[in-house]
Design a protein around this ligand. Structure first.
Ligand SMILES: [Zn+2]
Length: 273
């Protein structure tokens, strides 16, 4: 757990305090008039990372609710409700790491399905993928060497009217078989901006994985979804799609890849070298 913010509502003013990362010491930030409390909170959370917010409740010395709670309660309730709404609306766009970052070359590590932070992280992956207009995004692409990727194949519905769009997270996936035809298809990657090359992959896969609700799946997948999954799965194995190209193609792309690695390519989304 990281920083904790404590909010204490008084009748007229609201006090804010925050701990350091290790929760060794807390310091008071500010007291602000009750009416400005939510704006102060919103501004602060936009600038600083806080993992837990504790909202205080006025009590008497014998721990019974204070009479003055009647005055406090509307403020507490409105502050807490508005904070919840703010959290729900908040989208977390993570920077996408670019080719050249060593995390893209690591074999990602299995995830603990009981980790409570998992759900939030999967949401962040979706937010980041949609923001960058991708159809798939793997955890190593946001700097986390974890065996998770998310997929939303909806944009392919326009190209392939028969395609049944699929949206979901693949946690601890294993591709146990690849079969069917060899199919070429022009792939791109958010970590390798502005490069598109034909990659030959199998049309069908057999995969086992857990979804974002923790349910286990064991199934065959084909078509464009199998393509996206194989691309994302490569990221968990420390591979990028250009690794699958011929030596000649790789030579031709070398300069473009070096440009990405040296920070000369700037896509429209947030990135990290
Ligand atoms: Zn990719």
């Amino acid at each position: 757990m990281g920083r904790i913010m404590a909010i204490d509502y008084g009748q007229k003013r609201v006090g804010f305090a925050v701990t350091d990362e290790l929760q060794i010491c807390a310091h008071a930030l500010e007291t602000v008039p009750v009416a400005q409390a939510f704006d102060f909170l919103k501004d602060y959370l936009n600038k600083e990372k806080v993992d837990v917010v504790v909202i205080g409740e006025a009590k008497q010395l014998d721990n019974t609710p204070s009479e003055s709670c009647r005055c406090h309660h509307p403020a507490i309730l409105s502050g807490a409700t508005r904070y919840d709404q703010f959290k729900k609306q908040r989208t977390m766009i993570l920077p996408i790491v670019l080719y050249g970052n060593p995390v893209l070359r690591k074999t990602a590590v299995e995830v603990d399905l009981k980790d409570e932070a998992l759900k939030g992280f999967v949401n962040d992956l979706f937010d980041t993928m949609y923001h960058a207009e991708g159809v798939g995004l793997a955890a190593p692409q946001v700097g986390k060497s974890m065996r998770i990727f998310v997929v939303d194949s909806a944009p392919y519905k326009e190209i392939y009217p028969d395609h049944e769009p699929f949206k979901g997270a693949f946690i601890n996936p294993t591709i146990t078989d690849r079969f069917g035809e060899d199919v070429p298809f022009a792939e791109g990657c958010l970590s390798l901006p502005k490069i598109n090359e034909d990659v030959i992959r199998k049309s069908d896969i057999h995969i086992t994985y857990y979804d974002e609700k923790g349910e286990y799946h064991d199934c065959d997948i084909n078509g464009i979804l199998a393509r996206i999954i194989q691309h994302e799965y490569d990221h968990l194995e420390g591979k990028v799609f250009t690794d699958n190209l011929s030596q000649i193609k790789k030579m031709v792309l070398k300069r473009q890849l070096n440009d990405i690695a040296s920070g000369k390519v700037h896509p429209a989304y947030k990135t990290k070298k």
